[in-house]
Design a protein around this ligand. Structure first.
Ligand SMILES: [Zn+2]
Length: 439
């Protein structure tokens, strides 16, 4: 059964019976190419054989490649791997078991204590929770609408602001539907900014205006909960199938490399740049505040990577050296708590060439000084179906890195925030002290 047919079945069967697609005995392979020759074989399979769901792309720097196979095609996949002498492990023999363990929890409206980070939440829960935050912190939290979706939903977010005139940190989550850890990270950061008494977190919350969108692909996210857990794209009907990859649809080197014009593929770039309401409306919203944004972070999973623009070239463009230095130090801070090692690099040098993503457009069009994309936990063992027990460790280490990123950015002369005010105050105090001492 090709992926095309498989998707066709998924699209018709559940709509008739209202059922979720089950991944019984679907196996996740962690393929370990030893050299570029083996990666080339895997690239050939990736490009030509739609029966397999490549969770990671066999780029030239891939240390592993994850492939999901239905039970009926496992034999063919293993025959291919053995024939080319390619090593592999099978970390998941039955993906449905892992999906069953994800334990999505309900959120009880008006009860902020029912939101947590030991399980995943659906779109209604996240949106209701954000509404409640605005009610709980009326002078600090405002609901913001970043755009609309193909199916007519709002791209809802929150703005956290302790006053006017501050520079902006923008958080973009959930543009790929199945990467559930992304919204779980972004909602956690939001909660920390409002409730933490950690000094650095309090300062970060006060010194910047935070624009936070946990789910920028709401239609896809809903579908990944209701019907097909492995959904990535939005939900636009295209010929006999559905969906455009919203992170290949931005108007920056659209469809140049690492994106597809084949609508059945998961990296289908759409029929033109910004063809999708989600990217069109969100980019318009971004443009309206673009000159105030100091830091833009996009959250994806997975692979333990911190990526910076651009996806079309390994050339160190724009402020590459500063961005790398700040990013590397922040990933050093990330590693302290649990030892998780992130690699930092531009998209093309760290994973593979791919264009039409949000961070390239934000960097080039809005000229935002610091722009990064996190590829969160894990490293190919559970992939998109990250166990709920890993949500908090992931969130804690990311929060550590975010605070350090702000610190490093200030050291490098970016992101003054409230720092300038404090710095000038201390300069005045020092001058007064010196005057008093020497008089
Ligand atoms: Zn992604």
């Amino acid at each position: 059964m090709s992926k095309f047919i498989l998707l066709g079945l998924i699209l018709t069967v559940p709509s008739i019976f209202g059922e979720k697609f089950r991944f019984d005995n679907y196996a996740l392979y962690k393929i370990l190419p030893k050299n570029l020759g083996e990666i080339k074989f895997l690239q050939g399979l990736y490009e030509s054989d739609n029966r397999f769901d490549f969770w990671t792309v066999p780029g030239p720097f891939a240390e592993f490649v994850n492939v999901l196979s239905s039970p009926e095609h496992r034999n063919d996949l293993e025959t291919f791997l053995v024939a080319h002498d390619i090593d592999y492990e099978i970390p998941q023999f039955n993906l449905q078991d892992a999906i069953d363990r994800e334990a999505v929890k309900p959120y009880v409206r008006s009860d902020l204590t029912t939101m947590g980070w030991d399980s995943y939440y659906d779109l209604d829960a996240i949106y209701a929770w954000m509404d409640d935050l605005a009610k709980e912190y009326p002078s600090i939290v405002t609901i913001i609408i970043g755009g609309t979706t193909f199916e007519g939903r709002q791209i809802k977010g929150v703005k956290i602001s302790h006053g006017t005139g501050r520079r902006i940190i923008f958080l973009e989550g959930g543009i790929h539907a199945r990467e559930w850890i992304s919204p779980a990270t972004v909602t956690y950061i939001t909660n920390e900014l409002l409730t933490s008494d950690n000094e650095e977190t309090v300062a970060a919350a006060r010194d910047f205006d935070w624009y936070i969108f946990p789910v920028t692909n709401p239609d896809g996210y809903v579908y990944s909960h209701s019907t097909f857990r492995m959904w990535r794209k939005n939900r636009r009907p295209v010929r006999d199938t559905f969906g455009v990859d919203l992170n290949r649809n931005w108007n920056n080197n659209w469809l140049v490399v690492g994106a597809s014009s084949d609508e059945t593929r998961d990296d289908y770039a759409g029929h033109g740049p910004f063809s999708e309401p989600e990217t069109r409306t969100l980019s318009t919203y971004l443009a309206s505040i673009g000159d105030k944004i100091d830091l833009y972070l996009s959250f994806h999973s997975y692979g333990h990577l911190l990526l910076l623009p651009f996806g079309n070239t390994t050339e160190p463009l724009a402020n590459y050296n500063d961005s790398m230095a700040i990013g590397r130090r922040a990933m050093g801070a990330l590693s302290v708590r649990f030892g998780t090692q992130y690699k930092t690099g531009n998209i093309a040098e760290a994973i593979y060439k791919a264009t039409g993503g949000s961070i390239d457009w934000v960097k080039e069009t809005l000229k935002v000084p610091l722009v990064y994309c996190y590829e969160l936990r894990d490293n190919g063992t559970e992939g998109f179906v990250l166990p709920p027990s890993e949500i908090m460790p992931n969130n804690l280490e990311v929060m550590d890195s975010l605070l350090d990123m702000i610190l490093q950015a200030r050291r490098f002369g970016y992101m003054s925030g409230g720092f300038e005010v404090r710095a000038s105050l201390s300069v005045i105090l020092m001058a007064l002290l010196a005057k008093w001492l020497y008089n």
